[in-house]
Each structure stands twice: as C-alpha cells, then as structure tokens.
Design a protein around this ligand. Structure first.
Ligand SMILES: Cc1cc2nc3c(=O)[nH]c(=O)nc-3n(C[C@H](O)[C@H](O)[C@H](O)COP(=O)(O)OP(=O)(O)OC[C@H]3O[C@@H](n4cnc5c(N)ncnc54)[C@H](O)[C@@H]3O)c2cc1C
Length: 266
C-alpha cells in the first residue's frame, strides 16, 4: 500500500469473458467507498510493482469489487491478467468518476471501444428511464449479455481503433443531451475537436476521455491522471478541460519517449 494506492485487495476469482476480456473479482477492501459516479475508476497496482494502470469499477457490491480487464497484445496488466492471479494482492487507489449528466439532458449517447465497455455498461444501468444509445467498437463481435441496454456493435480493427470515424457519422438526437466517450487517445482528441468546433457543443454536454494510447510502445513511465485530475480540480477546471490537459501531457510524454537518444542521433 502507498499513499496513491491506499487500499489492498485480494483477487478472489478470475473469469474469462471473451478472447480479449478477463473479469477480476476482488474482495472489496475495508473502507473502500464508491463515489456512485457510474464511470468511476481506480488505479490498479500489481504485486511488486510501483506503476499503476487505470480500470473502471464495473461494480462494487456485497463485499466484491469487479474490474474487467482488456487483454491486448502486450502490457503489464495484460500479461498478469492472463496468469492464474487468484490469491494475489493488488493495490487500489480511491475511486474517482467523471460522468456528470447536465440537468437539461434529454438523452445520453455513449461510445467506446472494449476498454470503455465496462463504464458504458455501468452508466447504462444507472440511467433509469433516460433514453440511451450505445456504440461499442469490439474485437470479437457482439456481447449482448454484457450490457443491459441495446448496443450498436462495430468491429474493431486489429489492435487499434476507428471510433472517431464512427462517431462523426452519427445522427444526433434532437435537443440537449449528454455524450460520453472513451477509448484510444488520438480518436478522442479528434472527437473532442469535432464536438467543440463542428457540433458547437458546450463542454457540459460531453465528456470524451483517452483511456489508452495506440502510438506508444511499452514503457516504464506513464503520465498519471491522478495528479493531473487533482491539479485541474484545484484550479476549477471542468472535467472536459482536465481530460484535454491529460491527453496533452500524454502526447508530450510520448514525444519524449520516442525522441531518439543523443547516441542514436549521433
Ligand atoms: C479512467 C480510465 C478507465 C479505464 N478503464 C478500463 C477498463 O475498465 N478496462 C480496461 O481494460 N482498460 C481500461 N482503461 C485503459 C487501461 O488503463 C489501458 O489500456 C492500460 O494501458 C492497460 O495496461 P497494460 O498494462 O495492459 O498495458 P500497458 O503496459 O499500459 O501498455 C502496453 C502497450 O499496449 C498498448 N495498449 C494499451 N492499452 C491498449 C488497448 N486497450 N488496446 C490495444 N493496445 C493497448 C500501449 O499503447 C502500449 O504500447 C482505462 C483507462 C482510464 C484512464
């Protein structure tokens, strides 16, 4: 346990939900209190590691906390989640959430790739009678049992994403609503610009979050959303502005990581 991951949780069960999705059922740590915000996430730290990765709390109830982990080509959590990790103890941060429905919203539209699916499923469960449309980009075909709401399923290109093009072609419902989207960062940057400059939306009406970056190789350092989020909140910035700050910080870190060393340039 550290100050950033104040909770320790036992992995009670590991279930394969699909070729690219593994469910981890953790014992909810004592004192862990959900924010109630339906896209809430935690930083997950693996045994013996100091780096964290971020995962949506798919559910927390009856003493159990569920995380659904996308298994992609390579990665710290990806590789660990494919092992028999039952019995391991992981570190968890306090949860944070971003989804904030404006009072005048008459509809909700959710779009995401497989990493955004746990949050979309939980958001859909929280909406009551609010009309919701969901667009999910997934690698292994429709997963109707995963989400208790109608979903338009889109095939994901192998190891990457084409979500921005899908969202650009959508027909939007009439009147004010709320658009929530999560997935690959470059796709999210594209749609954030589209929402602001083409659709002319107020930032209260959309929340577009980069969950992973396709342009980055495996690396030992990542930009930590925790401090970016805390700093942004302290400065009174909106969630939308904070996510844009986070993407910008990640883009800078990618440049640093990818820039050849002095020796390589010589
Ligand atoms: C708020 C938030 C909530 C999130 N919720 C979830 C969730 O519920 N479930 C979930 O699975 N992920 C979720 N993510 C995304 C997850 O944190 C990243 O995908 C993370 O990088 C995966 O860690 P890793 O150790 O497996 O791979 P890393 O070691 O971080 O990355 C290794 C390599 O894999 C690439 N990569 C990373 N993620 C993907 C991917 N999804 N597809 C293809 N290539 C990838 C990277 O570019 C890098 O080259 C969330 C992210 C955020 C910020």
């Amino acid at each position: 346990m550290t100050s950033r991951t104040p909770f320790e949780a036992l992995v009670r069960e590991r279930r394969v939900l699909g070729e690219h999705l593994v469910r981890l059922v953790l014992q909810a740590p004592e004192g862990f209190v959900s924010t109630g915000v339906p896209d809430e996430w935690v930083a997950l730290t693996l045994p013996g590691q100091f780096q964290s990765r971020y995962y949506t709390v798919r559910s927390v109830a009856d003493g159990l906390l569920i995380l659904d982990v996308v298994v992609h080509e390579q990665g710290l959590v990806t590789e660990w989640a494919q092992t028999d990790c039952v019995g391991d103890r992981v570190g968890l941060s306090a949860p944070k959430g971003s989804f904030e429905l404006p009072a005048d919203a008459g509809w909700v539209l959710l779009a995401g790739d497989l990493t955004g699916l746990p949050a979309m499923a939980r958001i859909a469960e929280s909406l009551g009678s609010m009309p919701v449309q969901i667009h999910a980009e997934v690698p292994d075909g429709p997963m109707p049992d995963y989400v208790a709401a109608p979903v338009t399923w889109h095939d994901a290109p192998s190891g990457t994403s084409n979500l921005a093009a899908i969202v650009r072609d959508l027909l939007w419902p009439e009147g004010p609503g709320y658009f929530w989207m999560a997935g690959e960062s470059a796709q999210m940057r594209d749609i954030r610009r589209h929402a602001r400059h083409v659709l002319g939306w107020d930032t209260r009406h959309y929340d577009v979050m980069g969950y992973w970056s396709g342009s980055r190789g495996r690396q030992t350092r990542q930009v930590d959303p925790g401090p970016v989020y805390a700093r942004g909140k302290a400065m009174g910035r909106s969630d939308e502005q904070i996510w844009a700050d986070y993407d910008a910080a990640r883009a800078t870190s990618e440049e640093v990581v990818q820039r050849p060393s002095r020796e390589e340039r010589a």
